[in-house]
Design a binder for this molecule. Structure first.
Ligand code: CO
Length: 302
């Protein structure tokens, strides 16, 4: 796909989404501590974003220890944080323009694992620019993480974002790749290195709390129809089961999944049950270089 430069309104919306995200993230990361309720932290972030007049590009992800992605509290979840490594991944949109960023909060004492993902992200942002192959960005990520003696999560990658679409081309791998596509001016790209002391592969766990509308289709079941009406308000973006007001939403969601109307995002876990850290920024590719719209959440942001 070819991209023209982003128009001024789009750039302004990206910047606003980034600013709301940074404010939410820097409060929320302080709340992630042993004994605190996961649900409380997720809802605090989500309420803050809505009160700022922005939208959620996806539910707050709180991925703990071997979990890398797609974990979010369930309705009435009473899980508390422990002495854990928590990847806090937040997506905010303004008028559909998405900022996606993540930090890792560590209460396990594995400081270097967190640092490996952070430094890999810094190297990737330094490398990125118009005409730069995504495989070169991936090589920078891989080199830094392996330099720490860890492994990048090889089957997760960064991704483009477009209006009301949280995952588009181009994929930005977390490893070196020969002859890959080039970043183009006008793209918005989320770069997200994951580091682990395991084998560097994630698989699907059994928990599933995040869903997305897959296609419009009429359903007979009355309750499923009611839930589908609510889902329409999420603009095609991923949503949490706990966002649905219907107290029988679980069964309705299963029906909608069976009918291929919604798809689920199972929690992704490291295959060796090893710890996973994550660092993520969203950046705009410009004619001259990149503009990081989520700057202010990582140590290297300056
Ligand atoms: Co993210």
């Amino acid at each position: 796909m070819s991209h023209g430069p982003l128009d001024d309104d789009a750039v302004e919306s990206y910047r606003e989404a980034g600013a709301v995200l940074v404010e939410a993230m820097n409060e929320a990361r302080e709340m992630v501590e042993p004994g605190r309720s996961q649900l409380e932290v997720a809802e605090w972030v989500e309420d803050f974003v809505r009160e700022e007049g922005a939208g959620l590009a996806f539910p707050v992800n709180l991925s703990v220890d071997p979990e890398a992605s797609h974990a979010t509290p369930s309705r009435d979840d009473d899980t508390e944080f422990g002495e854990e490594m928590v990847c806090l991944d937040v997506g905010v949109h303004v008028d559909g323009y998405i900022a996606d960023a993540a930090v890792t909060v560590d209460h396990t004492g594995n400081v270097e694992l967190v640092e490996a993902a952070e430094m890999a992200l810094e190297a990737a942002v330094d490398e990125a620019g118009p005409g730069v192959e995504v495989g070169v960005v991936g090589q920078a990520i891989e080199d830094v993480i392996r330099g720490y003696g860890y492994t990048p999560v090889l089957n997760l990658s960064g991704h483009g974002v477009e209006q009301y679409d949280a995952h588009t081309e181009p994929n930005v791998p977390n490893r070196g790749v020969d002859r890959s596509v080039e970043l183009e001016p006008g793209q918005a790209v989320a770069i997200e290195p994951f580091a682990t002391d395991g084998r560097g592969k994630v698989g699907e766990g059994t928990d599933e709390e995040i869903y997305e509308l897959q296609r419009e289709k009429s359903v007979r079941d009355r309750r499923a129809r009611q839930v589908l009406e609510e889902i329409a308000e999420f603009d095609g973006l991923p949503f949490a089961a706990r966002w649905l007001s219907n107290d029988r939403a679980g069964m309705a969601l299963r029906r909608l999944k069976q009918a291929d109307v919604v798809k689920g995002y199972p929690v992704l876990k490291e295959a060796d049950d090893a710890l996973v850290s994550q660092a993520e920024h969203t950046l705009l590719v410009t004619d001259e270089g990149v503009e990081v719209i989520t700057a202010g959440i990582h140590d290297f942001d300056g």
